[in-house]
Design a protein around this ligand. Structure first.
Ligand code: IPM
Ligand code: MN
Length: 350
């Protein structure tokens, strides 16, 4: 019996969460496992009504769950940063979800902006470090608001933090068994402290994986290769900030925010799954938004819970639906189906 926390969140979050959990439920029935869900009212509306962002009591409950599913966070009436830092980043840090896993996979039938590239070329995974780097929140101001102002934001890399992240990436590369190549995306040529440690640890841990080929790609070149030769990548491991940036590029080459999913994992405990897209406020309640990324995130949740077969079935159902050409356009309001109907089609495909 799994206990799954739901944070449907803001905007279209609840709509896509409903479809994701519909497919999750269908997969669970097939697999024969039981689960219960606990819903948390967290997000912009709660903040505007009560001033609360993520109450400690909720955080404590989240720690005890098997998995968390998050729809979307972001509200047009809330100043940028409050919900992002107060919910998303807080959960990542407090629950020590040190891996952000972001598959970049072009499904058949989905248009990519990359000329002459197809599904066989775009299929890699980004392992983004999720608890340190430039996101550590360490820094401060001196003489704020004056012409003498100094602002410092520090990039923190720890041996432990890099080690556990790259080790996870090596393991994943081995498990995937595609080209058995792990690429470190860093800036070791300029960040000669923080990323020197990164590189050293990448190599040191790599000694434990003689079967995995090591590649190095400086972050700027990585963005170039992702466009020019995405087929070169199998698994990319990178720091928090670079992972944030390159995965938006990744989402675009895989067909856009309508299909990009992610997982925030602590491989030893709880994990949180979410579509990469935001809350798309103007589509709220219209039953027009594309739920595929959200459903795909639920598939990743199945995998995390140990149901790899069920996760593969969800993937296949999404892939078959997209390959069928039924969905004319992945954009909201242009699918030719409602949000709910797309969820039904994926569930039926199981
Ligand atoms: C993401 C988002 C977040 C990040 C923001 C919303 C804090 O862009 O999940 O990629 O920067 O990690
Ligand atoms: Mn991002």
């Amino acid at each position: 019996m799994y206990k799954i926390g739901l944070i449907p969140g803001d905007g279209i979050g609840p709509e896509v969460t409903r479809e994701a959990m519909k497919v999750f439920g269908a997969a669970a029935a097939q697999e024969g496992f039981k689960y219960e869900t606990v819903e948390y009212d967290v997000g912009g509306d709660r903040y505007l009504a009560t001033g609360e962002v993520l109450p400690d009591s909720v955080l404590e409950e989240l720690r005890e769950l098997d998995a968390i599913y998050l729809g979307a966070i972001g509200h047009p009436d809330v100043k940028p940063g409050i919900l992002e830092k107060g919910i998303l980043l807080k959960v990542r840090f407090e629950l020590d979800l040190y891996i952000n896993l972001r598959p970049v996979k072009l499904y058949p039938g989905v248009p990519t902006p990359l000329k002459d590239k197809g599904p066989e070329d775009i299929d890699f995974i980004v392992v983004r470090e999720n608890t340190e780097g430039l996101y550590s929140g360490i820094g401060g101001f001196l003489k704020r608001g004056t012409r003498d102002e100094v602002a410092i934001q520090q990039m923190i890399n720890t041996y432990k933090g890099v080690e556990r992240c790259v080790r996870y990436a090596y393991e994943l590369t081995r498990k995937r068994n595609k080209t058995n190549t792990l690429t470190s995306c860093d800036k070791a040529n300029v960040l000669t402290y923080a990323h020197d440690l990164w590189r050293r640890v990448f190599d040191e841990v790599g000694e434990d994986y003689p079967d995995i080929k090591r590649e190095y790609a400086i972050v700027d070149a990585t963005t170039m290769w992702m466009v020019k030769n995405p087929e070169w990548f199998d698994v990319i491991v990178t720091c928090n900030m670079f992972g944030d940036i390159i995965t938006d590029l990744g989402a675009m080459i895989q067909g856009g925010m309508g299909v990009a999913a992610s997982g925030n994992l602590n491989p030893e405990s709880v994990a949180m799954f979410e579509p990469i897209h935001g809350s798309a406020p103007r589509y709220t309640g219209k039953n027009q938004i594309n739920p595929i990324a959200a459903v795909s995130a639920a598939g990743m949740m199945l995998d995390h819970l140990g149901h790899a077969g069920a996760a593969a079935k969800v993937e296949k159902s999404i892939s078959d639906l997209l390959a069928s050409g039924k969905i004319k356009d992945l954009g909201a309001g242009r699918m030719g189906y409602t949000t709910e109907q797309v969820g039904d089609l994926i569930a039926e495909g199981l």
